[in-house]
Each structure stands twice: as C-alpha cells, then as structure tokens.
Ligand binder design. Structure first.
Ligand code: AMP
Ligand code: GLY
Length: 754
C-alpha cells in the first residue's frame, strides 16, 4: 500500500522507520519530513494547512492511508477533510481532537465522565481569576486553554506570581489566542508517566508505559522543554497501576467520547501523575507523544499499518498487538541555546551504529549532500536491549557516533527507573550515610519548584530569586527554630515523621505572623548514631510539610555525633526563608483600643512546654489510654504542630496582627505584637481548653497563670482584627474560631481575666 505521513519531527521519523519495515508497504511519502525520514521514504513539500492540496496529492499518488503525527493538523480538521474525500486517515476528527486542543473541553469532559484529574476552574476574565486565586488555599497550575505548542502551562510558586502570571495572560496576551480562556487547577505532585493507547473508538489497547524527561538539565533541573529523553516500559506503572489507568482513565475517555457522538480513532495519549491519592490525569493528547514514541515504537512487533487499519475499520478488538521483551531508551541531542534561541545550520557527522540502535532525526535538513541542524531538538538517539540498564549503557556508549557543534544532552535519562530497582536490592553495600541520603532523596526532590537550581548533593542550595520580581518591594523574612525536647518523646516511641512536620510548621507560622509566605527551608538533623531509616523518616516528614506549603526543601545537614547525644536520641532544627510585600508586613501600625483578639485552635501542645510535660508524665507510659483524650497519651502529646498558612494566608489583608503562641504561651507571645500603650485582655472563659490541659494542670499541680505562660491552652494562633471586621473574618475562616479578648489602654502587657 501507499502511505503518507504528516509531520517533520523525531516522532514522525520513528513512525516512518516503523512503517518502512512493513511487508505491506509499497511507497512511503513524508510531508515535509526531515533528513532522517529520507532513508525511509520520499519527502514531499505539501502545505498541510491547505487540505485541498493534501487531498489532490493523495489522489494523484493513490495514497491508501494517511498517518498524522502532530496535533495541529488534527485540530484543524485534516482527518475530517480526508475522510470526506474517501481517503483513509489514522488520527481523530476535529471534534475528538478537542481533548487536546481545548483544555477547557478536556477538563469539563473529565468531570462529566468522572475521570480522575486535578480540581479546576475556568476563567475568561482577569478579575474573576484573581478573586478565585485569593480565595483558594492550594498551589495552582495555570494553563492556556488552546494549543500553545507545549508552552501553555505555568507553575507559579507564590500567590503574587500567580496573580502576575494571570495579568500577563489576560492583559499582555503572552499565550496569544490560546490564552483567551484559562484553566486554573490544583498543582499535584508525584511521578509522571505517559500511557498511550491505540483505539478504534470502542476498544482500547494500551502501548508500553513510558516516561518523558521534560526539564533541560540533569536531576530535573532547568527550564521545561519539549522533552529531553524517554524510556519504555516505565516500571513505575506496575501491572495493577496499568489496569487502574485503563479502567479509570483510558476506557472512560474512549467510551465518553463515543457516547458524546465523537468517537476517537487513533492514538490517545494520557499524561498521568501517580499521586499519594491515586492516579490523576494531567492531560490528554490526540496523537503519539514526542519523544515517548521514539522509545515505544522500536519495541512494537506488530505491523503499525495493520494496527492503523484496524483502528479505522473498527476491528481493533480482533487484533493482538505484540511487544518485544526488554526496554528502549531515547536520549535527545539538542542544539546549544535550546529551549530558547538556538544555533542552526551546524554540520552533523555520523559514524555507524549497532543494529540495536537508531538515530531518529528531528530538527535536521539535507542540503548539498550534507545533514545540517535546523532546530532545538536535533536527534533522538535510541537503543533497545533486554533491560533498561543495558539499554541505557548502549545508548550512552553510542552518543559519540553523532556529533555537531554545541550538542547538548542529559546524562541521566532513565535513571529514575534504575533507581527503583537498586533501592530494593541496595542492602548494606553502600555506607549508612549514603543510604540515608538515598532514602530521603525522592522526598526532598518532590518539594522542588522550578526555582530550585541546585539542591541535594551540592555544596550550597541555589534558589532562583527572580520569583521576587513578582513583588513591588520584596522583603525576605527568615527564621530558625528547633523542635525542642518533644524529640525525646518522639524517639522513645519511634515516631519520627511528625517531628519533621513540627519543625517546618513551627517555622512557617513564625514568618506567617510577619505576613510572609515561605520560599525555601533548610534542615539540620543530629544524632548519636545514624540509622538511615530514622533520618529518612524525619526528613521525609520535613519534605511532606514543605510540599504542603509549596516550599522547596533546598538543603540540610545530617550530623553523626556519638558522645554528644545519648544513644537513640536526635535533634532537629530548621531555617525558613520567605518573602513579604513591604507594605504588607505584619503587625500593622494601626493597632488600637477596641481591636478584637480572635483565637484559632491548636492541634496539641505544638512544640512548646515539653520539658514540663515530660516531667509531669515521667512515670506514665506513653501508650496509656486516657478516655478523656480519646486515645493514648502519645497520640495527644505527639500530634504535629499545625501550619496556619493555608487557613490564614488568603486573609492576611484583613488582619492587623498575628501572634503565634509558642514558647512562653500567651504571656510572652502576645506582647511581641503590642505597641507600648496597649494591653491585651484575655477572657479565660471564652473558650474551653481541650481535656489534655486539665490533665496536665491537675497531674502537675500547676497554677492557672503558669499554664497560660507555658502552654497554648488549645489556641495556637491569635489574630488582631478591627472590631468592624470580626464577622467577616469569622465567616471567611472555614473552622471554629473564638473571640478571646480585646486591646485596651495599657503598657504592652497581657491581663488574664475570667
Ligand atoms: P501538560 O501540558 O498539561 O502536561 O502540563 C505540562 C507539565 O506541567 C506536566 O507534565 C506536569 O509536569 C506539569 N503539570 C500540569 N498539570 C499539573 C498539575 N495539576 N499538577 C502538577 N503539575 C502539573
Ligand atoms: N511528551 C509529551 C508530549 O508529547 O506532549
């Protein structure tokens, strides 16, 4: 048969290479193709925007089948035009291609068919979008609804950055027309995996799962690109997860499109994220992925032409699709300057490759008998072997067989897959210190935002301060603190992760009361003798809390100090750096008589008063269950310090001051925000301290004043608000709050009254 492939990238070279192996092929054309596709068939110059030209060409050359590589012609209705003229096309109709071409369509479609995805909202007006981001309290991703050549997704790190991004889109039009409508969705975290499937509109046959590498530099650093490499199969998508992805994502999508009268024929690509709460769909594409296809098609045994025809004929369920055993790895070789402005026209030199490797061309052209570079991503060098490890070795061994001036590539493609194996069988062969770092590395890296330029493993963490450009007058706010003797209780019952949350949330609250939002965190962990699992638990807790706050864990130190600490003991401290707009620094200057104090509940003693608590309960085993506590003493005493960031950050413009009740309780902490001529009156009957405090007071025989000097008594944070704003604030905060007192004339003191 005669076949025409539309497109000119690495994906299309891989498609052409595969089609060229078919016994059924008579003649292959590629429009426009590149210097690589010339060895698979004949490159032809066709304007794919002019459907009549493509149809005329197909009739003239008696084309039996058209395979469309990229999304743009599909979104423009090329498949519809071809089939109307009786030409068979592998690729979805314009209506079905909306699943990629319109993010709004895709998100609404997923909602209609209960396909798991991130929470979202759609906006076409700046003011509505701004109001929305002020209201919500989770980190977001901003997406242009239309096609934006892979550049339509922005991951802002702060509320300020979110707002300025929205202004850029709506006012300055940075996404062009694609940004007339914008999706704001929750930013999720987890490993990503690309699962492509063949479908005839009814049946779905998945391909091997693959992983792309979107960042330019090793260790997933640097800017986002079109993809710097890929490998397949991705072991992270286990058999169970694969079944889940088919049942929860691919099948409902194919059934949903059919039920809406727009059956999808072609390759449906699901971009998935494996989150702690299960699989989530980040996006659908209406075509083969690039560069995933360069790693997937070399492993396909079945004739691609048979598959394409079965999809068009609706007979896919009759076909068995076979894959080679083993794995393939594709490393993208890019031009200097990529993904920004690149140098083109460089001469490429090739040496012969072994039979299990191929150099797929992307941005190349053939001129005067020579291959020249003509784009950002120039080649996808791919090797396949009986396992990922050997495929990685083969591909990197052969990189020297291709060369051009300014060639760049990542050295760590597929390392993630290898690590998943080496974790399991790493045993004791590596030193304990390395093992601790290995165990915690994943959690630490999961906190990285695009601002992290260098993190774990470097001498110093690098944080891109250009996030501060979103502020008019940025002020950095920093604070260091420790968990204190709560660590001793935690160590005695082997509960480590909560301590990580304690230190981070304590620090977050300390800068929140100055109006700041966190940027990054550094931790310090010291112990008598390093147990990698314990260290990793604490650091994982630290990373979890950082991630919840949208803050990067930029670095830290683990110290082994036998003789300084007792065996089995450890200490944790940390430093936070955040930023605040200069005009928004808290406390404000306008505190006055009559302002109202509103208290927010704590989750327990937080990180204060533990020296006293330990003395009081010295003879009580921590697993003792107290009915009034509803559980064990350990549960109550080790409840992690809560962060007030998500609750309060959206409302900071409405408060005059915040006091974090840490060491020194009410008596020491509230005066820190008072001017010299005001006192704070606290009405002790205005809330009921949880039963833990009564237990502590009775067992320790402690005076009431002393309780309020040492502990938070169930109130972890105090807001000072104008009395006219009290109702509004209480209504906006979605949990019980207590009016616990007011400001009166005085001398910077706290007065406790009944
Ligand atoms: P997309 O074009 O939708 O795949 O987005 C490009 C990249 O942005 C994805 O591969 C992710 O790395 C990231 N991304 C998109 N949506 C989200 C989300 N909801 N949460 C976290 N990251 C996301
Ligand atoms: N590799 C991502 C894509 O093809 O969209």
């Amino acid at each position: 048969m005669n076949v025409l492939i539309i497109g000119s990238g690495g994906r299309e070279h891989a498609m052409a290479w595969k089609v060229a192996q078919s016994a059924r092929l008579r003649k292959l054309y590629i429009a426009p193709g590149n210097a690589g596709t010339m060895s698979c068939g004949e490159n032809v110059l066709l304007d794919v925007n002019r459907h009549s030209d493509v149809i005329r060409f197909c009739k003239e050359k008696q084309i039996d089948l058209v395979l469309v590589g990229p999304e743009t012609p599909l979104a423009d209705g090329l498949a519809d035009s071809l089939s109307k003229s009786g030409i068979r096309c592998f690729g979805p109709s314009q209506a079905a291609a909306q699943i990629e071409a319109s993010k709004v369509f895709a998100k609404d479609f997923m909602a209609r068919h209960h396909i798991p995805t991130a929470r979202y909202a759609v906006f076409n007006k700046l003011s509505d979008a701004l109001e929305h981001v002020e209201k919500i309290n989770y980190p977001v991703v901003i997406k242009a609804s239309g096609l934006a050549a892979g550049k339509g997704v922005i991951l802002p790190n702060t509320l300020e950055e979110t707002k300025s991004t929205l202004e850029q889109i709506f006012v300055n039009g940075v996404f062009g027309e694609a940004g007339n409508e914008v999706v704001i969705e929750e930013r999720l975290s987890g490993q990503e995996v690309s699962l492509m499937a063949f479908t005839d509109g009814k049946s779905v046959i998945p391909m091997l799962p693959a992983q792309d590498h979107k960042r330019l530099l090793d260790s997933d650093l640097g800017p986002n690109t079109g993809g710097m490499g890929a490998y397949a199969p991705a072991p992270i998508l286990t058999v169970d997860l694969m079944n889940e992805a088919i049942e929860l994502v691919l099948r409902p999508a194919v059934d949903g499109l059919r039920s809406e009268g727009i059956p999808f024929v072609g390759v449906l690509y699901a971009g998935l994220m494996l989150t702690q709460n299960g699989i989530r769909t980040l996006e659908f594409n209406c075509r083969f992925g690039d560069p995933e296809t360069q790693a997937v098609l070399p492993l396909l045994e079945t004739d691609l032409l048979d598959i394409a025809e079965a999809c068009i004929d609706g007979t896919l369920s009759d076909l068995t699709i076979q894959w080679k055993d083993g794995a393939a790895v594709c490393v993208v070789l890019a031009s200097k300057g990529y993904p920004e402005k690149v140098e083109s026209g460089k001469l490429v030199k090739f040496y012969s490759l072994p039979a299990n490797a191929i150099c797929f061309h992307a941005g190349t052209k053939f001129e005067n008998g020579e291959v020249l570079t003509s784009g950002g991503r120039v080649f996808g060098l791919t090797a396949w072997a009986d396992g990922i490890q050997s495929a990685v070795e083969q591909v990197y061994e052969n990189i020297c067989k291709v060369s051009f001036e300014g060639m760049l590539y990542r050295k760590d493609i597929a390392q993630r897959a290898l690590k998943q194996f080496s974790y399991a069988d790493s045993g004791v062969s590596i030193t304990e210190g390395n093992r601790a770092v290995d165990l915690m590395k994943g959690a630490v890296k999961s906190t990285y935002t695009p601002s992290v330029l260098a993190g774990i493993g470097s001498f110093g963490g690098l944080y891109d301060a250009s996030v501060l450009k979103a502020f008019d007058n940025p002020v950095l706010v920093a604070s260091t603190d420790g968990v204190g003797t709560k660590v001793k209780l935690a160590a005695s019952v082997n509960r480590y992760r909560g301590v990580g949350h304690d230190i981070v949330n304590h620090c977050i609250n300390d800068i929140l009361v100055q109006g700041a939002r966190p940027l990054f965190f550094m931790d310090y962990f010291a112990t008598a003798k390093l147990t990698p699992e314990v260290t990793a638990e604490v650091v994982t807790g630290i990373a979890e809390a950082c991630k919840e706050a949208g803050m990067a864990l930029l670095g830290g130190e683990t110290a082994e100090m036998p003789g300084v600490y007792q065996p089995n003991e450890f200490d944790v401290a940390g430093t936070i750096v955040g930023a605040v707009e200069r005009d928004n620094i808290l406390p404000r200057k306008d505190l006055k008589e009559g302002d109202v104090l509103i208290g927010l509940t704590s989750s327990g003693p937080h990180t204060n008063g533990y020296s006293l608590i330990r003395k009081i309960f010295a003879d009580t085993p921590l697993d003792t269950v107290f009915p009034e506590l509803g559980g064990s003493l350990a549960d109550s005493l080790l409840a992690p310090h809560r962060s007030y960031l998500p609750l309060l950050y959206p409302h900071l413009s409405r408060v005059k001051a915040l006091a974090h009740l840490t060491g020194g309780g009410f008596i020491e902490n509230i005066p820190r925000i008072l001017p010299d001529d005001l006192d704070a009156v606290i009405h002790l009957t205005s809330w009921t301290p949880p039963p833990l405090w009564k237990l502590i007071q009775q067992k320790g025989n402690i005076a009431t004043d002393e309780m309020y000097r040492v502990f938070n008594m169930g109130i972890g944070m105090v807001m000072v608000v104008d009395k006219t704003k009290v109702d509004e604030i209480q209504n906006r905060i979605p949990e019980p709050t207590f009016i616990i007192g007011e400001l009166v004339k005085g001398e910077k003191k706290v007065r406790l009254t009944a």
